[in-house]
Design a protein around this ligand. Sequence first.
Ligand code: 5GP
Ligand code: MN
Length: 336
Amino acid sequence: MKPFESLFDQLINPKNIVITTHPNPDADALGSSLGLMHFLVGLGHKVSVITPTDYPDFLEWMPGNEKVIAYCEEHHHIVTAKITKCDLIFCLDFSSTHRLKGMESLIREAAAEKVLIDHHLDPEDFVDYKLWDTKAAATAELIYDFIVMMGKKEAITADIANCLYAGIMTDTGSFKHPSTTAKVHTIVADLIELGANVNYVSREIYDTNSLSRLRFLGYALSEKLVVKPELQVAYLTVSDEDFKRFNLKSGDTEGIVNYALSIRGIVMATIIIEREKEVKLSFRSIGNYSVNTFAGEFFNGGGHKNASGGSSEDSLEKTVERFEALIQDYKDKYRD
Ligand code: 5GP
Ligand code: MN
């Protein structure tokens, strides 16, 4: 590992740079990536943002969205060429390379120097430079820090400010999570002064529901929500059939798990989603209850103490059965 500041010398002369992030990128993953892309392009670098999978429509407003390459079979050659030929790879908002899915070996084996900027627990040791802080509310906060550390705050344009604001707004649950420090508000104040449009960003992300998503939300809360008051756990499942019936897109399930966690007395909530090749689980908890270890122990996942994810290769039914068995002693075992 090299001192993080020595990275700044690498950025003096124009370079070919790849920025990547986690699959199903959220607003922090994509906002950090595009915010950093605009900044580095402003310094004279050639930059490609490559995501391991596609992402929801409600992120497509982000400036630079049209330049993002989402990895898939069809893009394999172009992605391989970019990753093998670049000088520097930024890995944002994830801490273990298995999350890169089909791009994992390409990134691990690339000759380029690698930089990790992240706020997840337990980062793997695969990079040359690391800006890592689990206390940071969002990776976007660390991108802001990075720009300031380089002495380039005045280079933050309105586009960069909007991208970083989106990451901080969503990863703090709209400034509600315990990660919402005074520093977060100070950074956000700066971003607003630099051109972030609070109303525009929050409308694009939170207030642009399709009618089918709203109908599905009603159905999920009334028909699919399972509450186990004695275990203090609530969960819901979304099947492939639900996706078809309500004409859902992958981003349409985002945020629904928070309704389950909002029930008084519930300390852990989960949404279990049937996807094409796997079953995806999103865990949320409150206070001293940790979902990170639970996700890691049983569902090959991880994340943060109160917000984690994982996956299962079993069928939806089998996954739910296993989950039901595992939550029996959740509230006793996963309290710090
Ligand atoms: P979400 O439930 O919103 O997909 O993810 C919540 C948090 O857990 C995010 O910080 C995300 O990066 C992390 N996370 C989600 N899925 C996985 C996973 O499969 N593995 C790991 N290690 N982290 C995950
Ligand atoms: Mn994040």
